[in-house]
Design a protein around this ligand. Sequence first.
Ligand SMILES: [Zn+2]
Length: 99
Amino acid sequence: MCYQGKTLISGYLDALEEYDRRHLMLVAAFRTGDPDGIEGFRSLAREAELTFRAARGRFQDHQKAHNCCKAIHFEEASNESAIIARRILQAGSQSSAAS
Ligand SMILES: [Zn+2]
């Protein structure tokens, strides 16, 4: 995978993690029956979802155009592919000090 491909998938995964965080906060708000929390985290999660979908689109466009990272396929609404992508990314950047 080329540098730009890595950058794009990192951006996608960061956005996906942010979505997961907000979604977990939403679930917690449901559990505690906190209506303000539900409303707030619902809109934050929705916002984060738009961000990660856009980031995924940018990565997929690059993937199609450049064909440098064809091992990664995204399923709609599946985090499994993100986990696999993260693994591939980490395996590919063992030598770099990206945290
Ligand atoms: Zn590329």
